[in-house]
Design a protein around this ligand. Structure first.
Ligand code: NDP
Length: 450
């Protein structure tokens, strides 16, 4: 009989925590998990899933417009924000229920309440002490907001999912994933959107050509992009929130949304009590087996601030459980993690950007194609899609693949397999295209542009 209540206790029932607990239970471990909010975590409750539902909602206006080019005469359309939010909430409730069932079916005990480390083998959940041989921290992240006067008048994506009404004038601050995705959502639903960014081009860290294509696509949808400015002060004004910017300009908005990054949710978690070391930005330091500085304590997902994406947290949680409870040796490998940004137009990417490849390789070849998606021809829409391959000239290996345009996220999963497998440009070239699709461009680009 073990001297602990559980073999594994997990703090946080989001993507990483739920996956790890289910897999560990499947390997025969006695598992408990605690959650202070709702089972499902950021992705299901206030991230990827509700965001994508809102993205779908926001695309209809453009589709109604395009339909005219195909002979459709549509009546006047209206949009009902509360109806959308209610429908989205019902779907999130359904998924929350499924996640709870998944834990039940796996035999994992769910403790609702906030978990806090007491020592290397003990977690306190709402006053009750629970012991475990191993503890997994999977508490995720929380939005960060700049400490400027009046910041409390702004919202983050957490609140954006629950607004009582669609704001007419929105200011989005930041130019990362969340900023460009929400700028597109609000604009598509009919808000007037301004995006303010402290540097000179959206989506820092992505391939430069991709960033320029997204910039053009956002502008093409009427989004006012303001670069080299930050909000300096927010004040309540008659009609909404008055924002004064770093260049002394000011304007009034109905909502101001901070999309200025997310940070590990490590406050008041008892890390010091247990001796768990943290690094920059209070992220929990882990090795490639997700081990912290304490032998019995592990951490996965956004709280470790490695690559903050749901499928990465799933992989980290799964590998942890297989290694610790399944008798396997599964070190983590984050190489060639594909990603998508559900902006409008959307972005999908895997591997190195042109800029990264130029730093790491002596000679690279770039293949690039820009074209109008077939769907836009009859619709009369001017926007072009962009496809790009980054190839190592010496080995012919495809180092990076980047796409902006319709269906980019759907097409990237398959190409991620090819890049991850280390395939060459010649392998791409001898693959027959699927016609007529946009994806076929990626196997038919013959001449390098540089
Ligand atoms: P990001 O880190 O992607 O972007 C943050 C943005 O805010 C950057 O433009 C940054 O500027 C700016 N910023 C940061 N601090 C300040 C400040 N004090 N004042 C003004 N601007 C500031 O974070 P997000 O919040 O967009 O998303 C968080 C994470 O969530 C992402 O990194 C991603 O991992 C994940 N995510 C993934 C999605 C997906 O897979 N589709 C969707 C949404 C989120 P600068 O460039 O100068 O640093």
């Amino acid at each position: 009989m073990s001297r602990f209540d559980y073999d594994l206790f997990v703090i946080g029932a989001g993507s990483g925590g739920v996956r790890a607990s289910r897999i560990a239970a499947g390997h025969g471990a006695r598992v408990g998990i605690c959650e202070e909010s709702r089972v499902g975590g950021t992705c299901v409750i206030r991230g990827c899933v509700p965001k994508k539902l809102l993205v779908y909602a926001s695309q209809f206006a453009e589709q109604f417009e395009d339909a005219a080019g195909y002979g459709w005469q549509l009546g006047e359309s209206t949009f009902d924000w509360p109806a959308l939010i209610a429908a989205k909430d019902r779907e999130i409730d359904r998924l929350n229920g499924i996640y709870i069932k998944l834990l039940e079916n796996a035999g994992v005990d769910l403790h609702m309440g906030r978990g806090r480390l007491v020592d290397a083998h003990t977690v306190e959940v709402d006053g009750r002490k629970i012991t475990a041989e191993r503890i997994l921290i999977a508490v995720g992240g929380r939005p960060g907001v700049p400490d400027i006067p009046g910041h409390e008048l702004g919202i983050t994506s957490d609140e954006a999912f629950h607004l009582a009404e669609l704001p007419e004038r929105v200011l989005v601050i930041g130019a990362g994933y969340i900023a460009v995705e929400f700028a597109g959502i609000f604009a598509g639903l009919g808000s007037r959107v301004t995006l303010a960014y402290r540097r000179d081009l959206v989506l820092r860290g992505f391939d430069h050509d991709i960033r320029k294509a997204v910039d053009a696509g956002l502008r093409g949808r009427g989004i006012d992009l303001r670069y080299q400015v930050s909000p300096a002060r927010l004040e309540r004004s008659g009609g909404g929130v008055e924002v004064t910017f770093s260049d002394d300009s000011s304007a009034e908005y109905d909502q101001v949304m901070f999309a200025t990054g997310r940070h590990p949710y490590t406050g008041d978690l008892g890390l010091d009590a247990a001796g768990v070391e943290t690094g920059a930005g209070t992220r929990i330091e882990v090795d490639n087996y997700s081990r912290t500085s304490v032998d019995s304590i592990f951490a996965v997902g956004d709280v470790t601030d490695r690559i903050n994406l749901t499928p990465v947290a799933l992989m980290e949680g799964h590998a942890f459980a297989d290694t610790q409870f399944g008798g396997m040796d599964r070190p983590l490998d984050h190489a060639d993690t594909p990603a998508a940004v559900f902006s409008q137009p959307p972005v999908a990417t895997v591997g190195l950007t042109e800029e990264e490849a130029r730093e790491r390789y002596d000679s690279i070849r770039i293949f690039r194609s820009q074209f109008t998606p077939m769907k836009y021809t009859l619709a009369g829409r001017q926007e072009k899609g962009l496809m790009k391959l980054v190839v190592d000239a010496a080995s012919d290996r495809v180092l990076g693949c980047h796409v902006v345009g319709l269906d980019a996220p759907e097409m990237m999963q398959g190409f991620a397999v090819a890049v991850r497998a280390g395939l060459s440009k010649a392998d791409f070239d001898r693959t027959i295209g699927i016609h007529p699709t946009a994806a076929e461009e990626l196997v038919t680009m013959r001449s390098p542009v540089s």
